[in-house]
Design a binder for this molecule. Structure first.
Ligand SMILES: Cc1ncc(COP(=O)(O)O)c(C=O)c1O
Length: 374
């Protein structure tokens, strides 16, 4: 009898042939390091940007239900009030993950007959959420304001401009000051997914819109608690009625179990810690690493804590990553479809866990890699 799942092997083989095969690696993160196969490496690919020291929390009985049933622990109210204020919005709503927050919120507010303008480098969760919405989707060139100005003229009942704040794989800022100006002119709704800018940039870590002085002009925020804050979960922040509609309509909020309350408590603890001290340390680490990379001769176009080293070919990027691994630095090669074909890269992320000595050591290894590969 024919093996029914043969096509799976065929597909996997194709992925391997294109140097796009991914496999899981088990590791244990501790501070600036990660241990993989008994090898202790400097961790240059964590999104725990602030590196807030771990705090102890009590693990209570899990809610084992969705929030609209019996899963709505009291701690949610406190966290959601804090997050709304943090984003200069009226309300916020916590989802189990940032991915689910995007899926839930965007598909709730954008509908058939609407027009969504989405940056070409937006994250997969934004792309999926736009598809779920049934709205017409128009992709504008990455951070290209002329292209946005042209495409925003197309017909649509409600118009939405959706962008990341700090782009996750490129580390550049969206031009939010201009995006807000363009949107305001035609009353378009501005949605910012600030998963990577939140807690890490702007005054008090208020995020990318605050960095551009437009925090109050954003209509809907989506973000993650699993990156800068180093906790877990996702959230949206907006006007009361938008949050209310999400509670009533967004499927990734309604039809799933609530994030365990100990993680909500964990976010609260981390929010109340000395985040500003960690943020200043992050800024100083970013400066040191960027300056060192420029001195080595790397072409760096990012001015944030996400610093991609563009390699190009997928195979070469894997080899580059392996060399770093052998020499004690963990930075995963990022390949298609996460980034466009032939734009494979090492996505270096800076955290406050790293000491200046750790960064010096990283730079020594990256210097060796530059001589060997670039
Ligand atoms: C831009 C962006 N949005 C959303 C997400 C999803 O966030 P979470 O990890 O909380 O699901 C990510 C995750 O990498 C991201 O990069």
């Amino acid at each position: 009898m024919k093996y029914k799942l043969n096509f799976v092997d065929t597909e996997l083989e194709k992925i391997k042939q294109n140097n796009l095969y991914r496999k899981l690696r088990y590791g244990q993160a501790q501070g600036a390091h990660i241990t993989i196969n008994h090898k202790k490496l400097l961790n240059l690919c964590s999104n725990d940007y602030l590196g807030i020291p771990t705090t102890k929390i009590q693990i209570k009985q899990l809610q084992s239900s969705s929030r609209l049933v019996s899963g709505n622990d009291e701690s949610y109210k406190k966290l959601e009030d804090i997050l709304a204020k943090h984003k200069s919005q009226k309300s916020s709503l916590v989802y189990p993950t940032g991915y689910m927050a995007n899926l839930g919120a965007i598909s709730t507010i954008a509908k058939k007959g609407d027009l969504i303008l989405s940056d070409e480098l937006n994250h997969a969760s934004i792309i999926e959420s736009c598809k779920l919405s049934d709205a017409k989707i128009s992709i504008y060139k990455h951070n290209d304001m002329d292209d946005l100005r042209n495409k925003i003229k197309h017909n649509g009942k409600n118009k939405f401009v959706i962008t990341e704040g700090v782009f996750s794989m490129d580390g550049d800022f969206a031009s939010l000051d201009q995006i807000v100006e363009i949107s305001e002119k035609i009353n378009a709704i501005t949605v910012v997914d600030d998963a990577h800018g939140d807690f890490a940039v702007g005054k008090d870590g208020k995020g990318t819109p605050d960095h551009f002085g437009v925090a109050r002009k954003i209509d809907l925020y989506v973000s993650s608690l699993s990156k800068g804050l180093g906790s877990f979960g996702g959230y949206v922040a907006s006007q009361n009625n938008v949050v209310d509609l999400c509670i009533n309509k967004s499927k990734s909020f309604i039809y799933t179990s609530a994030l365990p309350s100990f993680l909500v408590e964990y976010s609260l603890k981390r929010f109340e810690s000395n985040r500003e001290k960690q943020r200043k340390r992050l800024e100083s680490n970013v400066k040191q690493l960027s300056k060192g990379l420029n001195q080595i001769g790397y072409e760096i176009n990012s001015n944030t804590h996400i610093i991609p080293i563009i390699i190009g070919g997928e195979k070469a990027a894997v080899k580059f990553g392996e060399f770093l691994f052998e020499n004690g630095v963990f930075a995963q090669p990022i390949r298609y479809p996460t980034v466009p074909k032939n734009q494979a890269r090492l996505r270096i992320s800076v955290t406050s866990w790293l000491s200046h000595k750790d960064i010096e050591r990283t730079l020594e290894i990256l210097d060796k890699a530059h001589k060997k590969f670039m």
